[in-house]
Design a protein around this ligand. Structure first.
Ligand code: SF4
Length: 103
């Protein structure tokens, strides 16, 4: 019997394939500028459940500052601002409403 932490060859191959697929998916994401992404700092403290913000978009994942399923986290936005996250108060032209949050 092998120790629980020790992966067998098939598990290593599967996890490296999954990692490769995740890397491909990340690469396939759209750059911020091409998506028309902007952040307006004045909206940081607004009620983000109202209006057209990443926070209520179906593609937004609120982890490590914010990620998007289709727009790259790292890069320069249309206002020339560089960041490594998709901010909850951001917005882009690909916005799709999260009908559970938007009224
Ligand atoms: S508004 Fe655009 S950048 Fe923001 S989460 Fe939605 S698709 Fe991604």
């Amino acid at each position: 019997m092998r120790p629980l932490e020790e992966p067998i060859d098939g598990e290593i191959e599967l996890s490296s394939r999954i990692k490769h697929l995740i890397d491909l998916a990340k690469e396939a994401r759209i750059p911020k500028k091409r998506a028309g992404y902007i952040e307006v700092d004045e909206f940081k403290d607004s009620d983000l459940k109202k209006g057209y913000f990443c926070a209520t978009c179906v593609y937004f994942v609120n982890v490590q500052g914010g990620k998007c399923a289709i727009v790259k986290s790292q890069g320069e936005d249309c206002n020339g601002k560089f960041s490594k996250v998709i901010a909850p108060h951001g917005y882009c032209s690909l916005w799709a409403p999260n009908k559970t949050m938007v009224k």
